[in-house]
Design a protein. Sequence first.
Length: 536
Amino acid sequence: MKRRRLLMLLLLAAAIPTGALADSTGLIAAGTKWQTPYYLFDSGADGPTVLVTGGVHGNEPAGAGAADQVRCWPLEKGRLIIVPRCNVPGLKANTRTMPGEAKELADLNRNFPLSGKEPTARGPAAKALWAFVQRHKPDYTLDLHEGSGFRSAGSKSVGSSIIRIPHPETAALQDLMLGAVNARITDPERKFARLRGGANGSLARACGERLGARAFIMETTFKDQPVALRIRQHRIMVHAFLKHLGMTAADKNCMVPRARPTPATVYAAIYDGPGTGTTKTPPRFAQILTPQAHVSLRRVCPDDIRDGALDQFDTIIFGGGSGSGQAKGLAEDGCKAVKQFVERGGGYVGVCAGAYLATSHYTWSLALVNANSIDRKHWRRGTGQVEIELTPEGREFFGRPDAARLEIRFAQGPILGPGERSDLPPYTVLAWFRTGIGKNGADPKTMIDTPAIVSSPCGQGRVVVFSPHPEQTDGLHDLLLRAVRWTAQREPKPQTAEPRHENHTGNGPGRGAGTARTPDVGRDRRLRGVRSGAGG
């Protein structure tokens, strides 16, 4: 026991970052509608100053997301300055330009000092940002953007390219980043292209021409690509750049800070890739799972998962769409990574398609819950409001002792029944369907008295699956938050009933259900902290 404790202390000591001796943050354009935070990291060791900016155009969220993740990396030398969201109002409105500005000033990336003109910026937002940049005199500038098409496929857009501002050193650095980001792209028409120049009035070009910085504009492509993949591509390019300069030893998959804002904070990943039904799904979850709710949410794509990025997180969420599509997107290695993450102590929350994915009988199932999807012939049974009833275990789990019956949105989620896996425990029913939907030949009575929400242990981890959609139902968002916190092992274990199985032939509450006492599956949180501290 003493030897084990000593080993744990040594591992924890190894996880303590050695860089970032003097970190500071502040606001650019403070007190105006354009105010935005910056983050300055000073290693205390001699080295270059690198500026990373994102969100200059408000309809290009991947740059902002990547810049936010880059600031989680420990710094070995030099200074790193990050302005993740240069155009906060535009990002909130999802507009390229700056809301409310006159047409001639609306594009922030055309308002910095022009070539051959006066060395001044135009408009309050650009002036404040340019004054900040001039004060810090970066040696290198990386401005993260997105385009509408793939340059290598012949698009006139600069999407999926690295644009270098002419300088004797930028060609080699451009090739370095291109090699890193293209290494995992198999489609030649989606590979990143080599460009030079930069728009007149852009921040990067102004940094190159006015400050002598080695400057780049990195462009991902938002057409037909999820945000998580685009964030990853930006992160890979910045990582290759900083690693080449010897400024960080972080893993390229590092997405969360080493230190939690509070002990109660949950680091949650949300799957954002093939099989996700709509681009609105991750933002909808993000509106519920906020820092104010002590949840730090990050989108992850299949490549992130296959590269082991889940080890940074407490739980992962799979939302609506297609369960088989999500499994196909993950591929065999990704599915294996998710299952191993849960079995080692991670959490899993599946909603609708994510619930299908967690079942145990499809060839593509993750087998996290000992449940089958019944009446599969009529899976397209329709959408609409249905009534569910929380079980006594569910009322305690969700903190709703007096709210048994609830209306919730249903959108062709699985109709669950007991599975036949001997290696998985029976599940606990947290809510039953009390009304049903029957379209396209489905019988609505089939849904009635089947499980709507279930929980289960899986190895050392915890799983909750929702057939309906709490995140799409006003007044029921707390159900999702409770599930996330419980699977992340941030809430006390709810008391559950004695283990029992019931046949799928009756019409009462036991139809299609098996319940079990949920064992104490607490893991050594300190050890997970070591894995997180290693940068994913």
